[in-house]
Design a protein around this ligand. Structure first.
Ligand SMILES: [Zn+2]
Length: 64
């Protein structure tokens, strides 16, 4: 394995970096720097796994 240095030529707009966070309601949600988030409805509480999968799916999508 070679160590790779992340090049920061420009802001990483082509990829997402959603973060899974715990809500005050006891559920889990994810939010991304691009403004994307799972919390469309606060009533729908996600499990950690659901939030994690949602974040993965989001991170796999390429920003237009
Ligand atoms: Zn995003």
């Amino acid at each position: 394995m070679t160590t790779t240095t992340r090049r920061r030529v420009h802001p990483d707009l082509a990829h997402h970096h959603p973060r899974v966070t715990r809500t005050s309601r006891g559920g889990w949600t994810w939010a991304c720097d691009c403004g994307g988030a799972s919390a469309r409805s606060a009533a729908a509480r996600l499990t950690w796994h659901q939030a994690y999968v949602g974040a993965l799916i989001h991170s796999a999508s390429i920003a237009p």
